[in-house]
Design a protein around this ligand. Structure first.
Ligand code: 5AD
Ligand code: SF4
Length: 408
């Protein structure tokens, strides 16, 4: 997400604009993901369509980036001969200039971006670390993104400051496990405190956390600093201790539940979201029931559920993928249904409540804003609110969408 964002900004700066479909495009960029096989298959199918399009429109450039390029290397180029450039994940910043050079093959892009109504960005994604050392047994990330490396503290602060000078009001700090950020003697909480002292920056979020590393210090910073948002993405993966052990997650369900209680006690308006994997090797009906019951007990503010997908090199790849695809689909659907029910309940309770939201973007005829706890709220378009924090009241609720009115 962050890499796409960086490219977006670079292209915008060169006067290009986003095309709505292939026909309008000079450049087709595919940002890929290797985390699940399904994402790779989707990428292959896109590449097929892109190649077909390029046969009719030979001037078009095709660029492929993201972790699939690390996993498959030159094989992608061998299979799809019309790709112009393959960009790895480890060197994205330097590669952006290469991409721009390749694409500025005409003096101007087809569509010059002079007409954008709301130009400056309100939210900026800033990567603070890359890679991961956790080796969860199902996960390909340590193999395609490498071992954990925290980025230079000063560079991060400069990036945040210059984003704010350009109109950004909220930064979202990214890393596979932000809690273990460590650059010289700066740890994650000290980094947050420094970022929070940047003038005119209103909000700070971060993604993603590993339950075993979420510290009391961090909870303390969130409770005491008004710029810290009250949303934590805390992947649980499973609530069966047997499966958690096989996943090499290094915590038990009881530990996870204690953490949730601690967070809710300290930050009453917190939204906790999570990731769940169903159909991990050895997951029987009882293990699955444990996870389903945990979801009913905890009532997450949102969740992503994935069907286990064996990935090469991982420890779980050696285990027998013994839950059938039919069973995986069934479990996936049950979790999704329960989660939608809970989301609808939470959303309904929000009708009539008041919040401060930051107005982030315009989409589908609405302005999109977010509460501090990360709930998306749609508002009527009013240019003067763009990029501002405004008071709103929730008027209407659907499963994942809230609609509100400004009450200033
Ligand atoms: N199969 C299914 N889901 C996976 N995830 C990571 N690897 C796999 C895999 N092999 C999920 C985890 C993680 C999220 C980003 O993707 O839930 O938290
Ligand atoms: Fe993958 Fe996240 Fe585990 Fe790292 S902590 S190995 S990125 S699931």
């Amino acid at each position: 997400m962050c890499d796409s964002d960086k490219l977006d900004s670079a292209f915008l700066a060169y006067g290009a604009s986003k095309a709505n479909n292939f026909l309008d495009a000079d450049v087709l960029i595919l940002n890929t993901c290797s985390v699940r096989m399904q994402s790779e298959q989707k990428a292959f199918s896109y590449l097929g369509r892109m190649e077909e399009f390029k046969q009719q429109n030979p001037d078009v450039k095709i660029i492929v980036m993201g972790c699939m390029t690390e996993r498959l290397g030159n094989d992608i180029k061998k299979r799809f001969k019309s790709i112009d450039l393959v960009v790895g994940t480890k060197d994205i910043d330097n590669s952006i200039s290469k991409i721009i050079d390749l694409c500025c093959f005409r003096n101007s892009f087809k569509k010059i971006n002079s007409n954008i109504q709301f130009r400056s960005k309100v939210i900026s994604y800033i990567t603070i670390m890359k890679g991961c050392n956790n080796y969860c047994s199902y996960c390909i990330v340590p193999f395609v993104r490498g071992i954990e490396k925290s980025f230079d503290y000063n560079t991060i602060i400069n990036k945040c400051s210059s984003a704010v000078k350009n109109g950004v009001r909220e930064v979202i700090l990214l890393g596979q496990n932000v809690n273990s950020y460590k650059y010289k003697n700066v740890d994650f909480t000290s980094l947050l405190k420094s970022i929070a002292s940047i003038k005119n920056l209103e909000r700070i979020r971060f993604l993603t956390n590993h339950p075993k590393d979420l510290s009391d210090d961090l909870i303390n910073v969130i409770t005491t600093n008004r710029k810290m948002c009250s949303h934590i993405h805390l992947p649980m993966q499973s609530a069966s201790n047997k499966i958690l052990r096989l996943m090499n997650r290094k915590y038990t369900y009881e530990y996870y539940l204690d953490l949730i209680e601690k967070l809710r006690l300290a930050i009453p308006d917190i939204t906790i979201t999570t990731d769940i994997i169903v159909g991990f090797p050895g997951e029987n009906d009882r293990d699955f029931e444990d996870t389903l019951n945990a979801i009913k007990t905890i009532k997450f503010g949102g969740l992503y559920v994935f069907k286990y997908s064996p990935r090469p090199n991982t420890m779980a790849f050696e285990m027998s993928d013994d839950v059938s695809i039919i069973e995986k689909k069934k479990r996936h659907a049950i979790i999704l249904e329960e989660s939608n029910k809970i989301s609808a309940e939470i959303a309904l309770k929000m009708i009539g409540t008041r919040h401060q939201v930051l107005v982030e973007k315009v989409k589908d005829g609405f302005m999109e804003a977010k509460t501090k706890s990360g709930r998306k709220v749609f508002l009527k378009i009013d240019k003067k609110h763009y990029g501002k924090i405004v008071n709103i009241i929730i008027k209407e609720a659907k499963i994942n969408s809230l609609f509100g009115d400004v009450i200033d």
